[in-house]
Design a binder for this molecule. Structure first.
Ligand code: CUA
Length: 339
């Protein structure tokens, strides 16, 4: 049996950092250089702050008008001093630019041997596709939310080719110091070489609607020799031995993050709750009514906006091409079982 839902205790808690003052883990080839730039900028800003504000307070004290007959200095300017306070910051600005530009160029040019993994953003979930494998469905839990799992090999360059099916999202792996907008109708890419093993959180960093903050994922860095096996596990979603139809359906429900919009009782989240849904009579936006049966559930998963129930907006993405017939069948069994 292949477990596609990995409980977080097995995966290990995704690592950010231990103290609020510590930098994030240096998870990729880009991290050290970008941290260096960040610290350099912060250091230069701190020193400039002390010099400028310190000088200001010193002059306020030194040149304070001490009496009615205290005259303003006749000096108007100092050419050398003015040149210095323009030239020295200009040198630092050029350093920031050159350092930033070199990193930017490096971030923009993936090596030719990078592994391509496709990432698709949709409200409010990430779909991950590995070359030559069916759509990934492995998930785990991050901060109480079901999150997709991206598996990458240690010390090998990986390029993520990303697009969105609805609105603009942004794929951000803080531990790797990579972030890029994910845009409908075009591809964007980021690349990195993971340099430490472990699991790290991924965030959506472009506000994309109600559940934006729960649009999480997890990156798992595995030794290269385990990569193929891990990907195989991550992309297989089948009914296990001794598992009932409903149990498998529940796994499908979790794996495709149906829970980000649908509760398992009858309460409304973004979409209707699944509890007691099967067999219920619904009124559609055009005023007609229908009874929720297998065909309506199937149509609503593959063509979600064909028949929308009154009171809801047509915003569910299609799962056609992602959930196969067997998984769909199990998912429907699961929905039927929810009272
Ligand atoms: Cu997707 Cu915010």
């Amino acid at each position: 049996m292949i477990a596609t839902f990995i409980p977080p205790e097995k995966l290990g808690t995704p690592k950010m950092s231990d103290s609020p003052w510590e930098l994030l883990p240096t998870g990729s080839n880009h991290a050290a250089s970008l941290d260096g730039l960040y610290l350099f900028l912060t250091g230069v800003c701190a020193v400039s702050f002390v010099l400028v504000i310190g000088a200001m307070f010193y002059f306020m004290w030194k040149y304070k008008r001490r009496g009615d007959d205290d005259k303003t200095s006749p000096l108007t300017h100092n050419g050398k001093l003015e040149f210095a306070w323009s030239a020295v910051p200009a040198v630092f600005l050029m350093l920031f630019f050159i350092w930033g530009e070199l990193d930017f160029v490096k971030l923009s040019a993936p090596p030719s041997d990078a592994i391509d993994i496709r990432v698709t953003g949709q409200k409010w979930y990430w779909t991950i596709e590995y070359p030559g494998r069916p759509v990934a469905s492995t998930t785990t839990v991050l901060d109480g939310e079901i999150a997709p799992l991206l598996v990458v090999p240690l010390n090998q360059p990986v390029r993520l080719i990303m697009t969105s099916t609805d609105v603009i999202h942004s794929f951000y792996i803080p531990a790797f110091r990579v972030k890029k907008d994910v845009i409908p109708g075009r591809y964007t890419a980021i690349w990195f070489t993971p340099i430490i093993e472990g699991t790290f959180p991924v965030f959506c960093t472009e506000y994309c609607g109600d559940e934006h903050s729960s649009m999480l994922a997890v990156v798992k860095v595995v030794p290269p020799e385990q990569y193929e096996e891990e990907v195989r596990k991550a992309t297989t979603l089948e009914q296990g031995e001794g598992e009932s139809r409903e149990q498998f359906g529940e796994k499908v429900y979790k794996s495709f993050a149906c829970n980000s919009c649908h509760n398992t009782d009858n309460t409304v989240k973004v979409g209707p709750g699944f509890g007691g849904l099967y067999g219920k009579t619904e009124t559609l936006t055009d005023g007609s009514t229908l009874v929720v049966d297998e065909n309506y559930l199937r149509e609503s998963i593959y063509q979600p906006n064909a028949k929308v129930v009154a009171g809801f907006t047509p915003q569910m993405p299609t799962f056609a091409g992602q959930i196969n017939d067997d998984q769909l069948d199990a998912l429907i069994s699961y929905i039927q079982s929810l009272k």
